[in-house]
Design a protein around this ligand. Structure first.
Ligand SMILES: [Zn+2]
Length: 97
């Protein structure tokens, strides 16, 4: 008997595409009310998922999806640090030849 594990899927709040959770970035609102990037995906709090894609982040910034998804005000410095982390993640996952 083969055990097939269902892959957990999440919807990107930017492009609305449904993708495997492990390929997405979780942004969490902590119980203290801070909004942070959650690289391990294990922190408690209300989370939103985006793909590590520049376009999605731009959408999120422009349309304030993150504020809607998390019900929190996101300071600009938080957005900047999320953007920086996303860029680092993208650079890390780029194929090297
Ligand atoms: Zn997306």
């Amino acid at each position: 008997m083969s055990k097939t594990k269902r892959i957990p899927m999440r919807t990107c709040i930017g492009c609305r595409k449904v993708q495997p959770k492990k390929e997405m970035i979780r942004i969490v609102k902590t119980p203290e009310g801070n909004v942070e990037i959650d690289l391990m995906g294990k922190r408690s709090g209300r989370g939103a998922y985006i793909c590590p894609d520049e376009g999605c982040f731009e959408t999120i910034k422009k349309e304030r999806c993150l504020i809607k998804a998390l019900g929190a005000n996101i300071p600009n410095e938080t957005l900047t640090s999320i953007e920086k982390s996303l860029r680092e993640i993208r650079e890390r996952t780029l194929p090297t030849c």
